[in-house]
Design a protein around this ligand. Structure first.
Ligand SMILES: *Cc1c(COP(=O)(O)O)cnc(C)c1O
Length: 436
């Protein structure tokens, strides 16, 4: 007898049960318990009518893996379930998820408001590459949510923030921001990569869409680049005339109106049937498989990540060679109270600190670490270290770098799951060697 699928929200399963089971069932033909890797491009139609109804979006099913794939579909259901969303669309990377999201809601000439303290790659993507689509990003300091209200314009189509910003331990006031978005009739989009659905639940605070780089904590082992956009299913795309892609006739599907036809699945259907169809930024089945394995241990890993990171932050705060520590886990952080409200189980594993001596000492600390790996990723089981000013945030101006919390003395840590005393000892020896 095969277990029943654990997708039904009315069953009220806990987070840990859903992180292991949601979206998956034993494979019906072989009984294989783990989700198979459907390394496969296309799917046989039953007959010509079946093919026609699939292409008309009248029947759900698999056509071609650029649009949907059975392994990727399990991951989509898993992440949608963990976020308490209606549907999810996985794609090739976190940046692909961001393009896919804006592609559904923006037209040339439109603008959106974004926090000026985003991951450096997102600031570059929004500020530079999006201009080629004639999409304008207006960056504001969202610490005062009124700055967002003041920046609203008639062609503003969205507000975009990170729940917990990469890298500086900045927490966004999601509840206030969602009120402003609601008043403006635009979706609040939250990048929940650093917090994960285990620590922060943006939809409970009024967010409409959540994006992830699944590359990070969701996969958790530094194996697979991937992204995802999750829809709460609660945004009314027809409340104004801003969202013609979702709530006006789509010529490529014989005048289909996604919102009329699919309601709370409009965004997710559009993201597959138009977004992935035409942008082509599909997630590979192998990457979906690795990310599913990561999801199975998400809660356990995040607990230990948070505990280790808090201990490292406390250790650094009292270290003689450290000028400051910016972690929302510390009572000294201006974001401590917001973190307790929005991520009560812990403030994540990524934070920054400043070394005394600036740029040159910062680079030496990174070079002297033995357990910490010097690389441009976060969310691995391994502890990771980076000097943002000379790497990820290099393409920004000095002003943007400082706004993003990536000035010359800044070091970013992604604290891993190694023995805590080994982690702190490694930083201690590196700091002492670099400061001599
Ligand atoms: C890494 C990251 C991204 C980009 O994701 P990729 O998978 O590298 O494309 C976006 N947002 C945040 C917060 C990130 O950490």
């Amino acid at each position: 007898m095969s277990p029943k699928p654990i997708n039904d929200k009315s069953q009220n399963y806990g987070f840990e049960t859903r992180m292991i089971h949601a979206g998956a069932q034993p494979e019906p033909i072989t009984g294989a318990r783990q989700t198979p890797i459907h390394q496969n491009t296309s799917y046989v139609f039953h007959d010509a009518d079946h093919a026609a109804s699939l292409f008309n979006l009248q029947t759900f099913g698999f056509i071609y893996s650029r649009l949907t794939n059975p392994t990727v579909a399990v991951l989509e259901e898993r992440i949608a379930n963990l976020e308490d969303g209606r549907g999810a669309t996985c794609c090739a990377s976190g940046h692909a998820a961001q393009i896919l999201t804006f592609f559904a809601i923006m037209e040339p000439g439109d603008s959106f408001i974004a926090s000026n303290r985003l991951y450096g790659g997102s600031i570059t993507q929004f500020g530079k590459t999006f201009k080629k689509f004639d999409w304008q990003a207006t960056f504001v300091d969202v610490d005062d949510p009124e700055n967002v209200r003041n920046a609203l314009t008639p062609n503003c189509k969205a507000i975009f923030v990170e729940s917990l910003a990469n890298p500086g331990g900045v927490v966004s006031d999601l509840e206030s921001l969602s009120e402003i978005a609601r008043d403006a009739g635009v979706p609040l989009i939250v990048d929940n990569t650093m917090a994960t659905p285990y620590l922060c639940r943006p939809f409970e605070w009024g967010a409409d869409l959540v994006v992830h780089s699944t590359t990070k904590f969701l996969s958790g082992n530094g194996t697979s680049v991937g992204g995802c956009v999750v829809d709460s299913g609660r945004f009314n795309w027809a409340q104004n005339d801003k969202f013609t892609g979702l709530a006006a006739p789509e010529p490529a599907y014989h005048g289909l109106n996604f919102y009329e036809s699919f309601g709370d699945m409009a965004f997710t259907t559009h993201a597959h049937a138009v977004g992935l169809r035409d942008l082509g930024s599909t997630m590979a089945p192998m990457n979906a498989f690795h990310t599913l394995l990561g999801c199975e241990t998400l809660a356990l890993r995040m607990e230990r990540h948070c505990e280790n990171a808090r201990k490292v932050a406390e250790f650094l705060e009292s270290h003689p060679n450290v000028a400051w520590v910016s972690s929302a886990a510390l009572p000294s952080s201006p974001y401590y109270e917001l973190a307790r409200k929005y991520m009560p189980k812990g403030a994540g594993a990524v934070f920054t600190f400043g070394v005394k001596g600036g740029y040159d000492v910062g680079i030496k600390v990174v070079d002297n670490c033995e357990i910490f790996s010097h690389l441009a990723n976060i969310g691995d089981a391994k502890s990771l270290i980076l000097h943002p000013a000379s790497t990820t945030h290099r393409q920004l101006t000095e002003e943007q770098r400082i706004a993003a919390g990536a000035g010359p003395d800044v070091i970013r840590l992604s604290v891993g799951l190694e023995t805590i005393d080994d982690i702190t000892a490694d930083l201690d020896q590196a700091l002492r060697a670099a400061s001599n």
